[in-house]
Design a protein around this ligand. Structure first.
Ligand code: NAD
Length: 484
């Protein structure tokens, strides 16, 4: 049983500044991955609830207070929100840890990142300028950047607070209104964050939240004709449905999907410096990170040495419910645990090392002992498919060309890292790797808030984070004024 001092959000949707149940009255159970027990419920929004949320967002944008605010006013509000998130960071982190299962230390770091999104984009809100184009005599041509209108933000469960902020902050900075559909498996912090946004003064309808099933509420939102743009983060399968829904309404979307990212270790790399990043890149969030470094490509001559270092670290890893100390927590759900374990049991590669699950961890929790495989055939299932769990594949390569070929040879292209002391090689390889972000002698899943991030092909398209997101979440209009 969980301690009950945690204050839980009400199982309601936020529509036009009011907390309301689903019109049907339907609710869904919420289980904690830490012990598998139901500890609260959420509203199961139906298409009519989604319709009301989109209408509220439209009104806020067209005729409400939100739509009338200047960029500086929006920015100031966002900065206020950022500070409020920091004030509430501890209860938010406790809530996220219970809802999502992530170790408290990581949940705390996620709250700081969440606040930072609103700080970064709040500061940037009034710094996106237009252009004046020299044209024919007697003309003045301005290019202005405008919000789309209503942005639907559909997000996954792996980093609920960070995803809330990553989608909403740039969308709001540019003056859009939003309807958020968090994932059914972890949405409690999104509800609490939306509540805090109301407290600091976001006008009604600027942020609306509908919770519930993806194939009901998510689908209704993505297909709604009142939506002007969709920001989606989630699986490639649903991403494809989103793109089809967007196409049917002739609107645009960003898709932030999965990955099978490679960290490439050359024979001249500083192996001791690399090892914590090679392990951390897959263990963070129990491997449930789109940009997890799930493949380690190691040059043949140092393969044994690198693998020995990885093995030692993996054998010491323990999945645990003791949030403060845990290297990793449980995965999100019973379904996800089954999926990850099926990959481990069916792996067509030698198992090098397996971590453990803390003895005494709740039996109903969704814990998976981390697994290290190698050498893995790059074309095998485990070498190609996104496991989304604490499973690391070690592979070998001969030379630079071989490394680039193997790294790029998946359907995905999200991020990568190259470990070498050779400066020219760092640049050559970084430029040839397919994806939106490449680290050199480092690895930070997803990078910082300031750094543009996104994928190619099955990893999606569009860029979030950094200034790039402000451009994604706005459109340009050219105003041609013939004055003489
Ligand atoms: P998912 O695609 O199942 O769900 C994502 C969201 O879409 C949820 O809110 C869900 O309710 C909603 N949804 C589900 N079916 C829908 C439908 N038919 N129409 C509209 N919405 C629907 O993904 P998930 O299991 O929550 O997350 C895991 C996936 O997300 C992984 O593949 C991971 O790589 C990816 N991910 C990517 C990034 C990134 O930035 N690239 C970040 C986090 C997660």
């Amino acid at each position: 049983m969980m301690p009950n001092e945690l204050s839980l959000p009400k199982p309601l949707n936020l529509i036009a500044g009011k907390w309301v149940p689903a019109a049907s009255g339907d609710e869904m159970d919420v289980r904690s991955p830490l012990d598998g027990e139901v500890f609260t419920t959420i509203a199961a929004a139906q298409p009519e609830d989604v319709d009301a949320a989109v209408k509220a967002a439209r009104e806020a944008f067209d005729i409400g207070t939100w739509g009338q605010m200047t960029a500086a006013e929006r920015g100031r509000l966002m900065l206020k929100f950022s500070l409020r998130i920091l004030e509430e960071a501890e209860p938010l982190a406790q809530l996220e840890s219970r809802d999502n299962g992530k170790p408290l230390k990581q949940a705390r770091a996620d709250m700081v990142a969440c606040a930072r999104y609103f700080e970064f984009y709040g500061g940037a809100a009034d710094k996106v300028h237009g252009e004046v184009i020299p044209f024919m005599t007697g003309y003045n041509v301005q290019v202005v950047r405008e919000p789309y209108g209503v942005i639907a933000c559909i997000i996954p469960w792996n980093y609920p607070s960070q995803m809330f902020a990553r989608a909403l902050a740039p969308a709001l900075a540019m003056g859009n209104s939003t309807v958020l559909k968090p994932a059914e498996d972890a949405c409690l912090t999104c509800l609490r964050l939306a509540e805090l946004a109301g407290e600091v003064g976001f006008p009604d309808g600027a942020i609306n939240v509908v919770t519930g099933r993806g194939d009901v509420a998510g689908r209704a939102l993505s297909e709604h004709p009142g939506v002007d743009f969709i920001a989606f983060t989630g699986s490639p399968e649903v991403g494809q449905m989103i793109q089809i829904a967007a196409a049917k309404n002739y609107i645009s979307c960003t898709l932030e999907l999965g990955g099978k990212s490679a960290q490439i270790v050359f024979d001249d790399a500083d192996i001791d410096a690399a090892l914590p990043f090679l392990v951390g890149g897959i263990i963070a969030n129990a491997g449930q990170t789109c940009s997890a470094g799930s493949r380690i490509l190691i040059q043949e001559s140092v393969y044994e040495k690198v693998v020995a270092g990885l093995k030692e670290q993996f054998e010491g890893l323990e999945a645990s419910d003791i949030s403060e100390e845990a290297a990793l927590g449980p995965v999100i759900s019973a379904k996800q645990k089954k999926r990850v374990e099926a990959y481990i049991d069916g792996a067509d590669a030698p198992l090098i090392a397996r971590g453990t699950v803390r003895e005494g961890a709740p039996k109903g929790g969704y814990y998976v002992a981390p697994a290290l495989f190698g050498p893995v055939d790059p074309h095998s299932n485990i070498g190609q498919e996104e496991v989304f769990g604490p499973v690391l594949c070690a592979m070998t390569f001969k030379d630079e060309a071989d490394a680039i070929r193997i790294a790029n040879d998946t359907e995905y292209g999200l991020m990568a890292a190259v470990w070498t002391r050779d400066g020219a090689r760092q640049q050559r390889v970084a430029k040839k790797l397919r994806g939106g972000q490449v680290y050199i002698n480092g690895f930070g899943a997803g990078g910082g808030i300031e750094l543009p991030f996104g994928g190619v092909r099955k990893s999606g398209h569009g860029r979030e984070k950094g200034f790039a997101a402000l451009l994604e979440f706005s459109q340009i209009k050219t105003i041609i004024n013939k004055h003489d």
